[in-house]
Design a protein. Sequence first.
Length: 103
Amino acid sequence: MSDLTSQQKDKLMADLQVVLADAEALLSATAGDASAGVSELRTRVQNSLARAKTGLLETQAAVIDKAKAAAKATDGYVHENPWKSVGIAAGVGLLLGMLIGRR
């Protein structure tokens, strides 16, 4: 999962949130069914949902912390090396311009 792009991670997080919401809706819809099998299944699903929510929130917090750390490191580098940063940005802009100009 380390080679997932940021966009893929965001989509995965959104998909997991949708699955959790759908599972909660399913639990609510079956709340009136009192049979033993359904009650046991509901309990297991509720426990799994609670663990999944906790894991999702922890993962989301970790991703946010890493993004903040990367932004802080980048900011520090730019402040320590302003001319290198300008040169790198100009080089990237030139390469992008050449690539776009070829199309």
